[in-house]
Design a protein around this ligand. Structure first.
Ligand code: HEC
Length: 159
């Protein structure tokens, strides 16, 4: 009646579920290696990276090419711009924008009056004493200040 242990083991069948899992995993492993081996599937981390970089570049360059004020005539942005102007610009350009140490911003602008030239004056500064506000304010707030400046310029043009 006493069966030795090694015989008991030999008669135990491996459960079917375990076999399915085992071969499944092996098959998955083979597929995985094939998919991520450049020689087999053409996959490479450099390709993935370059696709990602390309996407990122497209995103930022389309924003960089923004040449029109996205906040023009947006009352909330103009109001925020008004507060920013009083804080950062009025000291030189005057509370009414008519000039002081810096030139008037309601008349002719010698560095250009298109949105992107005005943006550049503020972001990069101008040699005659206009400081660069690019890092301090950032793109978004520069457009807001400019929306305010333009709203005052528009107002001044009215009869
Ligand atoms: C330290 C004083 C000072 C501050 C602060 C200052 N500016 Fe100026 N800004 C100047 C001077 C001076 C010029 C003229 C530069 C030149 O002629 O080269 C100027 C020029 C400009 C111009 C171009 C004018 C033109 O004729 O083309 C714009 C636009 C402008 N400033 C907007 C702003 C805005 C908006 C702010 C606030 C974020 C600001 N500035 C803050 C001194 C200042």
């Amino acid at each position: 009646m006493d069966t030795p242990f090694k015989d008991m083991e030999r008669h135990n069948k491996i459960p079917r579920g375990f076999l399915v899992l085992l071969f499944g995993l092996i098959a998955w492993g083979v597929c995985y290696i094939a998919a991520y081996t450049p020689g087999i599937s053409g996959w490479s981390q450099y390709k993935v990276l370059s696709v990602e970089t390309e996407k990122e570049r497209a995103k930022t360059s389309s924003a960089g090419a923004m040449t029109e004020n996205p906040y023009e005539k947006d009352p909330k942005a103009v109001e925020e711009g008004r507060v920013l102007f009083a804080e950062k610009c009025a000291g030189c350009h005057g509370k009414d924008l008519k000039g002081g140490y810096g030139p008037s911003l309601v008349g002719h602008l010698k560095y250009g009056e298109t949105d992107n030239l005005k943006y550049e004056s503020i972001a990069n500064g101008r040699p005659g004493g206009m400081p660069a506000f690019g890092t301090e304010l950032g793109r978004d707030r520069i457009w807001r200040v400019l929306a305010y400046v333009d709203s005052v310029r528009e107002y001044g043009k009215r009869p």
